[in-house]
Design a protein around this ligand. Structure first.
Ligand SMILES: [Zn+2]
Length: 160
């Protein structure tokens, strides 16, 4: 079977069944249209803030030597200056948070619930609403909790 993921991630036996739908939903959101590149210090600050909020270690930030944007439980790989923007950081940090739980599910409902809350807290309430509407339109499954603690409990967060 051909390997369809990159990096050392958990639950690779789970099929990433709604990745395409999540990307389609993002393409419908205005906050994903030509997002601004963050200055280096804000880029790192947003990552630190999301890590603290999501109760995870700050991931290692890798900006060189890779071609794709991806995340693992301990790293985010953001190889191009034009991907150093808030929506990309929010999406990848939602993966890092989700990959630190037993219910790590790539672009599944646990990831999507986490991602929605990251967007709500680190972009805006409007962006969150837009993403919810887009998830509905493309029939993306997602958790609806409004509390990161509840999401982490539902996701079976591994307590370090
Ligand atoms: Zn993703």
């Amino acid at each position: 079977m051909q390997k369809s993921w990159i990096g050392n991630i958990p639950n690779t036996h789970l099929r990433d069944y709604q990745r395409k739908k999540v990307y389609e939903a993002e393409a419908d959101c205005s906050f994903w249209e030509s997002p601004k590149t963050l200055l280096e210090h804000s880029f790192r600050e947003v990552i630190n803030q999301i890590a603290e909020w999501g109760k995870i270690q700050v991931p290692k930030i890798i900006t060189e030597g890779h071609e794709l944007v991806y995340a693992t439980p301990t790293e985010i790989v953001i190889p191009y200056p034009n991907t150093k923007n808030r929506p990309t950081v929010c999406h990848e940090m939602a993966h890092v948070i989700n990959y630190n739980t037993l219910n790590a599910d790539h672009h599944g409902k646990y990831f999507c619930g986490t991602y929605l809350l990251v967007v709500k807290n680190f972009i805006s309430a409007n962006a969150h609403l837009e993403l919810v509407k887009a998830f509905e339109k493309y029939k993306v499954d997602y958790l609806t909790s409004n509390s990161i603690n509840d999401i982490l409990i539902l996701s079976n967060k591994i307590i370090d």
